[in-house]
Design a protein around this ligand. Structure first.
Ligand SMILES: [Zn+2]
Length: 168
């Protein structure tokens, strides 16, 4: 079993607490792409997605700042710093060690992004907040979730987030 680095572990703990243990107010709404947390020491960005593809929880890891290799004219650039071989498997192992059943993984090395699906569904109050975001602004139904009125935007601000610095 691998030992997560301290920074990675702190981010996982914060994200999983947010997904599973944090009560969201009933006047908050949350976009389905969830919470992003930085792990600057390892140039990683972790996503905690409460309702990807229906009700599936997904933990994603991305290279935060990608360095691209220029392969010459007419050739696609390739990332110089993709996820490490085995990095996604190690993340899945860490999540299992924390007591979560992993349903599947996607991508990973040599790509710059990877995802782990978890069997346990997110906190009901968080899923309800995602449903409210889907429903959109009740005052301006034609604008729906894309409404930019103050009242609608305030609902996103009422989501309870961990104290770690979130990604921009
Ligand atoms: Zn509105």
């Amino acid at each position: 079993m691998t030992t997560p680095t301290a920074g990675h572990r702190a981010v996982l703990d914060a994200g999983l607490r947010w997904l599973y243990e944090t009560e969201q107010p009933d006047n908050a709404w949350q976009e389905h792409h969830g919470l992003l947390l930085r792990a600057p020491a390892t140039n990683r960005l972790y996503g905690f997605i409460p309702a990807n593809d229906g009700r599936r929880v997904v933990v994603a890891v991305d290279v935060a700042s990608i360095a691209w290799i220029d392969n010459g004219p007419n050739e696609l650039k390739t990332p110089a710093n993709p996820l490490e071989p085995g990095e996604l498997a190690a993340l899945a192992t860490d999540l299992r060690a924390l007591g979560f059943e992993v349903t599947s993984t996607w991508n990973g090395h040599p790509q710059t992004t990877g995802s782990v699906g978890l069997a346990r569904t997110a906190h009901p109050s968080l899923l309800a907040a995602v449903d409210r975001a889907h429903a959109g602004c009740l005052a301006h139904p034609r604008r729906g979730a894309f409404c930019d009125c103050d009242a609608w935007r305030a609902g996103y601000d009422r989501v309870v987030r961990p104290a770690l610095p979130p990604a921009a």
